[in-house]
Write a new protein. Structure first.
Length: 195
């Protein structure tokens, strides 16, 4: 994928702040620290475009990144940070639901999980929420460099089983640090916003 331009257009909390030109959107979501900012930077071939988290769980906005003036990456706030208060959790839920409940522009959601670990209860809830709202879901298995290639299938099966993915839902192993799987991921993203 050739990136001609990438720009952050808005960090939104309220609906009125979302972009309104009707361009297709691809959303990314996952636990804090799963490697979401690093994936965005790797996809866009930029170093510090999406902020890698210094304070996990503190980003409570939805960031819209316009790519090639063609579509948006929508960076949804991370979840699962242990030290977060009940009211912060509620706020997260409100912000997420506001966006997910009826977003016609949203073509697909990419759910990020760490390739090394069985998905958490929060990951499973997130997956169920995505399906509940009726969106297509693709899973990105992050930090793939942390295991050997020979171990990929085993870990992918664990993730598939725990989340109870549908047969046609894919899991794509990606390493942002080694830049492996990035082109494969791009193919899936482009297929989603063109369909
Ligand atoms: P976010 O909170 O989901 O945005 O996660 P970040 O992108 O900030 O990454 C969290 C931590 O995981 C950072 O210390 C990153 O350096 C590390 N990390 C992210 N992606 C990878 C990867 O592909 N491989 C390895 N080994 N570490 C990664």
């Amino acid at each position: 994928m050739k990136i001609r331009s990438s720009e952050i257009v808005v960090s939104a909390i309220n609906k009125s702040q979302y972009p309104s030109e009707g361009m297709p959107e691809i959303a990314l979501v996952g636990r804090s620290n799963v490697g979401k900012s690093s994936i965005v930077n790797a996809l866009l071939n930029r170093r510090n475009f999406a902020r890698t988290s210094q304070t996990p769980g503190k980003t409570r906005t939805i960031n819209f990144y316009l790519i090639n003036k063609e579509f948006y990456f929508v960076d949804l706030p991370g979840y699962g940070y242990a030290k977060i208060s009940k009211s912060e959790k509620d706020k997260w839920g409100v912000i997420m639901e506001r966006y997910l409940e009826a977003r016609e522009e949203l073509c697909a959601i990419f759910l990020l999980v760490d390739i090394r670990h069985e998905p958490t209860a929060d990951d499973k809830l997130m997956y169920e929420w995505i399906k509940h709202f009726g969106y297509d879901c693709t899973v990105i298995a992050t930090k793939a460099d942390k295991i050997s290639r020979g171990q990929y299938q085993k870990h992918i099966s664990i993730i598939r089983k725990k989340l109870q993915l549908e047969a046609d839902e894919k899991i794509i192993p990606v390493s942002s640090s080694k830049k492996t799987g990035v082109e494969d991921l791009w193919e899936h993203i482009v297929a989603q916003y063109n369909s």
